[in-house]
Design a protein around this ligand. Sequence first.
Ligand code: SF4
Length: 358
Amino acid sequence: MNDFKNIKSLTLDELKTWLKSVGEKPFRAEQVQNWLFCNQVQSVEEMVNISPSLQAKLSEAFQIHSFKEISRDESVDGTIKWLFQTHDNHYIETVMIPKSKRFSVCVSTQIGCAMKCTFCRTAKMGFIRNLEAGEILEEIIRVNWYLKEAKILNNEGNQAEVTNIIFMGMGEPLNNLENVHRTCCTLHNQKLFNMGRKRMTISTSGIVPKIKELVDRNTPCCLAVSLNSTSNEQRSAVMPVNRIWPIEALLEATDEYTRRTDNHVTFEFVLIKGLTCTKEAAKELIRICAPRRCKVNAIALNDGDDPNLQAPSAEEIDRFLEIVRAADVQITMRNPRGRDILAACGQLAYKQGTVESC
Ligand code: SF4
């Protein structure tokens, strides 16, 4: 379907331009976006204050939704992973992680990924294409549909809704910055999702020029960076991006981000047995983090396909955390969620040609 047009990808101005081009009043754009993003309707017919003739024009020109739900897997810890088929027959995964008051959604931003991180299953798919803003927004809307259909309540006893977005699913978000920026702006818009800047986090493997572009664009979001190793040699071995932008260049970019946005950066750090979960690595992490306004979010490696990389033992993790905390570096150990349904960090991937997660 080459003429596929996702209406949720359009900005308000683009929608106004289209309305004028089909002889309609531009103010209808606000109404249409209200139905799409506030009411999160499932069909054009539900837009009851829109005339039948405009409804027909909208249906002819656009698709309101672009995904087909292929499967939904629920973990014993409440994490849910969706597999969606896109309009051009590719597959992406979206994960919802419920935790007390929060309903966080980890969204995919690309189909596959080009970054080739060795610990990541998505990397094995290679890069297929970027997701449009409308597709990323649909991931979130579909989770809201589920929460509503399942009558899931939040802590206050009200209908639960997605509260936080993490751009950490399949793909490198900064390689799709235009669409990720549009998505964040729509989510941040007070008249639409009204989601605060602090509730959206873009996680990057470390594409230095794009971190600077993110600051220039003033994209409403927080920044997390997958640091994962403190030595260039080790980082380059697991994250080829480091061969282009080594740790020093990355830290220069994150320092600039902190200076210009007045926000701290979160460093994601995967603990790998004998590699990044050692006494030496802990000391190096302190050298990097102690002088900076940052937080470290550590997670133990998921045992994956690579027999050369293993998760550390609980004792090794405790030793590592103890050293880092003794230096007053803020470090939290993230509990892996959804491991049993392959929804944890680095586990998202889809085998093209089947409908099974690998
Ligand atoms: S970890 Fe992220 S950036 Fe690296 S290959 Fe996987 S999806 Fe891409």
